[in-house]
Design a protein. Sequence first.
Length: 133
Amino acid sequence: MRIVEQYSHLNGHEHILVHKPHAWQDIVEVIGAVDAESCRVKVSAERGRVGRRLFSPRDLNKRFHEEFGQRGWDESRTSYWVTSDVQLIRKTVSFPAAEQRREIEAAGRTPIASYNQTDFVKNRIAVEVQFGK
């Protein structure tokens, strides 16, 4: 694969180039190492595209996980509990997940499980891989 376009949110790209160039090198190497054509294994069943070989998002994700993993990048997932009471959420946001749930239930509210997930994180730099049409 190759980088065709990029968007630097709040000058994040420039910050990484200056302060963490090894991280940028990892990202460039991973993208270059992923062979997208080998992931063209999904056969379309859509009208007008029947039989066309398409990229398999699962295979692409697997390749990215392998390449980033080899370079020490890990997935980050943070679980927490929320409810419809905004004040209660503000009170419990800094608590561990189990304590959040207890506090919400003790207040007579229904706890709702939620989470934040980031594909790859290393040295406080997060990479989110997305595929679209």
